[in-house]
Write a protein that binds this ligand. Structure first.
Ligand code: FMN
Length: 214
């Protein structure tokens, strides 16, 4: 059985395309895997706070030596990390904002990238601790940036997810959404198709047939 972490980061509601696309994925996935369970995290409407001085002090102190106030500073981080570790499959909807991710998603990243919990500093350097996850990141963009030097979103997300050990990453970019009705319709149809194809590819991939949760 798959356990999914479904996360949206658009501050928009019904107008958001990234929300519509992650929802479509979940709908299609549940048709094939009716027993799949989902934890939903809505960063767009319920952002997590940016890390602060207490968070940094707490994160870099031995967990056995934390005062109650330092323990409290890590509460949200612990909750988000537990949620991430509990999932097999991560479905993230992330609009492009100013060439990168929305601030709410950056705040999320800062909360979950934590020494001793999602990475360690070993004798060979940094080592990610988040293993056995597959991630689908669906981005929405007004323009077209995939593969260009102005795409600070996918390379950043790849780097930070790989840093904590999440290496099985698929990206679907819905682009040119602000380039007129025709371009937008084309992009939406292409994104729907890419979602369908991703599910089909995962279903039939050799590596996945070896995973017990599939
Ligand atoms: C504050 C802001 C910044 C944006 N920056 C970019 C950008 O740098 N590049 C781009 O292609 N689109 C940009 N857009 C357009 C959004 O990526 C696009 O509208 C997308 O559909 C938003 O996702 P959503 O539909 O899930 O809300 C920006 C939109 C907003 C509101």
């Amino acid at each position: 059985m798959t356990h999914i972490l479904h996360l949206d980061s658009s501050p928009r509601g019904d107008r958001s395309l990234s929300r519509a696309l992650t929802k479509q994925f979940i709908h299609l996935w549940k048709q094939i895997h009716p027993n799949a369970t989902v934890t939903y995290r809505d960063l767009g409407h319920y952002p997590v706070s940016p890390i602060d001085e207490a968070w940094i002090a707490a994160a870099f102190s031995p967990s056995t030596e934390l005062s109650p106030s330092l323990e409290a500073a890590l509460m949200i981080s612990d909750e988000l990390i537990d949620e991430l570790l509990a999932a097999d499959l991560l479905i993230f909807g992330i609009p492009m904002y100013n060439y990168s991710v929305p601030a709410n998603f950056k705040a999320y990243i800062d909360q979950i990238v934590r020494v001793g919990r999602t990475f360690i500093i070993g004798s060979d350097g940094y080592e990610g601790l988040v293993h056995g996850k597959r991630a689908l990141v669906i981005t929405t963009r007004g323009g077209s940036y995939a593969g260009s030097s102005l795409d600070f979103q996918e390379p950043y997300l790849r780097a930070v997810f790989e840093f904590i050990g999440i290496t099985d990453l698929t990206f679907i970019h819905a682009e040119n959404l602000s380039m007129g009705a025709e371009e937008r319709q084309f992009a939406i149809a292409a994104a729907h198709q890419a979602i369908q194809q991703t599910i089909e590819a995962w279903q039939s991939s050799d590596s996945l047939s070896n995973l017990s949760y599939w």
